[in-house]
Design a protein around this ligand. Sequence first.
Ligand SMILES: [Zn+2]
Ligand SMILES: [Zn+2]
Length: 290
Amino acid sequence: MKAMVLKKIAQVETKPLELQDLPIPKPSSNEILLKVLACGICHTELDEIEGRKKTKLPVILGHEIIGYVEKRGSKTNKFKIGDRAGIAWIYSSCGKCKFCKSGRENLCPEFKATGCDADGGYAEYMVVPENFAYMIPDAFSDLEAAPLMCAGAIGYRALKLTDMKDGENIGLYGFGASAHIVIQLVKHLYPNSKVFVFTRRRNDEPSKLASNKGADWVGITGDTPPEKIDRAIDTTPVGIPIAEALRNLEKGGRLVINAIRKETKIPELDYAEHLWDEKEVKSFIDWSNL
Ligand SMILES: [Zn+2]
Ligand SMILES: [Zn+2]
């Protein structure tokens, strides 16, 4: 099979992925072999290529994968040959620890990540334990479904962590791959809620996209929205939105920080302005053990 292989850490401008011919992997008893139809590209892969996220080497990157089941291991029973399956960032976990048993495999100490600890989807074929492959509904094309495996899934998880109810309004700090899916989920699940979006610059591409996707108000980080926000999700790589979201939170509101790392420090918080009145902050592990 053809595969794009990362052999060593390098700056992405040096085009470090190498096209190679490799044997098609054989599924072990609990695995399925997928013929890859589509694989999304994620910012995490830049971090892997440039060494900010530790990865096995050599590695085939890619963790937003849609494919057809072409072979099955002897102990598999979830998929038939020809079924369409999706693979996300969680490649495998132990299945026995307290985290796995409570549906929090992302916190498992033996967690393995797709396209990082195991080979991923920048290839014509890949194998995966069948318990970590997902049936893809016919409503989605391959290209529509692929980004749901990472940007969509983490956005959905962040939205669940906000504990939002219909009628409460939500602030989205940052409007990229994940937040532009979250707004569609909010509009569908909570039709009486308002969505306030904060981007980096006025009239930038994300702010136009936010208006197109039905945002009730669009501003930049630092702006005060027309109403207090009951829930907030921060998907930015910088520290300031954490203080800003807390400042704009309604009493008893909750901020969920959906970011792997912050490139700049969180500004000093003032207890009365940012935290008083039962405001909550929840961080988010984004499926990786860093
Ligand atoms: Zn990703
Ligand atoms: Zn576990």
